[in-house]
Design a protein around this ligand. Structure first.
Ligand SMILES: [Zn+2]
Ligand SMILES: [Zn+2]
Length: 333
């Protein structure tokens, strides 16, 4: 099969003809139809995430068709897939089910978790294998290309959003893919969105307002009201004290990214009064089940820019340079 392979960090992916993987116990073989590109893919290529398997096939927002099912999958709980079914494969690829985190409903924190497109091969290829228990059925309302970005930007965004509880005034820092999706869900749930873009990014602010944000400004600006919560999707540490500074008492700052630059120091007074800083790591299967139930009703709509598999480097380069107009999605077959 054809695959775009990362042979070494900080080098472009290489188009290779590699053996089609065979499903092992518990796994599905999936023909990849589409795979969206995530900022995490960039962090891996750029060596900001330092423990990938190498060589590696990137990609953890896989939409495909079940081609083959290992005999052991039959009757296994939570895996009612048939050959020909559409399937979504997310970042969380495997957990041990056995550690203190798994046994307390926090499989996203599993000590031995494996991640699609990072520690196991992902979807920048014609085929992928995946543990059936971690795969999702996807809502029929979406085309493959359009549902693909929901598998990470959507799910991580959803998990981050749920951590903000019943916050009425919600700030979003870094108005990219995940923020777009969260905005739609939050407005549907009658929240007020305050969008923070790069300073002087007027087109980004205009876009946020067109999506229904009640206020949009630069991350160096002060919104007209104190906020109840904020989610930081940009990988910029100084945004944490900036967000904390505009929180009301008890406000929650949620960091949605897997990698962030260092956080500068800030006065304790900005944290005082039960303000909280937290992060979101990975996802649980329950997040996925909940989100895919809610998404079509909102409806959460994605905006995509389609590339062919062999143009994956172009997609990554445009992403790194901030030159995409939607989520990059590789259309594989
Ligand atoms: Zn575990
Ligand atoms: Zn991702």
């Amino acid at each position: 099969m054809r695959a775009m392979v990362l042979e070494q960090a900080r080098t472009p992916l290489v188009l290779r003809d590699v053996p089609t993987p065979e499903p092992a116990a518990g796994q599905l073989l999936v023909r990849v139809n589409a795979c969206a590109v995530c900022r995490t893919d960039l962090h891996i290529v750029d060596a900001e995430l330092t423990e990938p398997k190498l060589p590696l096939i990137l990609g953890h927002q896989i939409v495909g068709t079940v081609e083959e099912i290992h005999v052991s999958v039959k009757g296994q709980s939570g895996s009612d897939f048939k050959v020909g079914d559409r399937v979504g494969i997310p970042w969380l690829g495997w957990t041990d089910g056995d550690c203190v985190y798994c046994r307390s409903g926090r499989e996203n924190l599993c000590d031995r978790a494996k991640f699609t497109g990072y520690t196991i091969d992902g979807g920048y290829a014609e085929f992928a294998v995946a543990d059936a228990r971690y795969c999702f059925h996807l809502p029929d309302e979406y085309e493959d290309i359009d549902v693909s970005p929901l598998l990470c930007a959507g799910l991580i965004g959803y998990r981050a959003y749920r951590k903000t509880g019943d916050a009425k005034r919600l700030g979003l820092y870094g108005f990219g893919n995940a923020a777009h999706l969260v905005t739609q869900l939050a407005i549907y749930e009658k929240k007020e969105i305050y969008a923070f873009t790069r300073p002087r990014d007027e087109s980004g602010q205009k876009e946020a307002r067109s999506l229904g944000a009640v206020w949009a400004g630069g991350s160096d600006e002060t919104p007209p009201e104190k906020l109840d919560a904020a989610i930081i999707f940009a990988s910029v540490g100084p945004l944490i004290p900036a967000a904390l500074h505009v929180m009301a008492k008890g406000g929650i700052v949620v960091c949605g990214g897997i990698h962030m630059s260092d956080i500068p120091s800030f006065p304790y007074n900005d944290l005082w009064n039960e303000r909280v800083i937290t992060s979101v790591a990975n996802l649980t299967r329950r997040d996925g089940e909940e989100f895919f139930k809610i998404a079509p009703g909102v409806p959460v709509k994605t905006k995509v820019e389609v590339f062919s598999l062999h143009d994956a480097n172009t997609a990554l380069d445009k992403f790194r340079a901030g030159k995409l107009y939607g989520t990059a999605v590789l259309k594989v077959s």
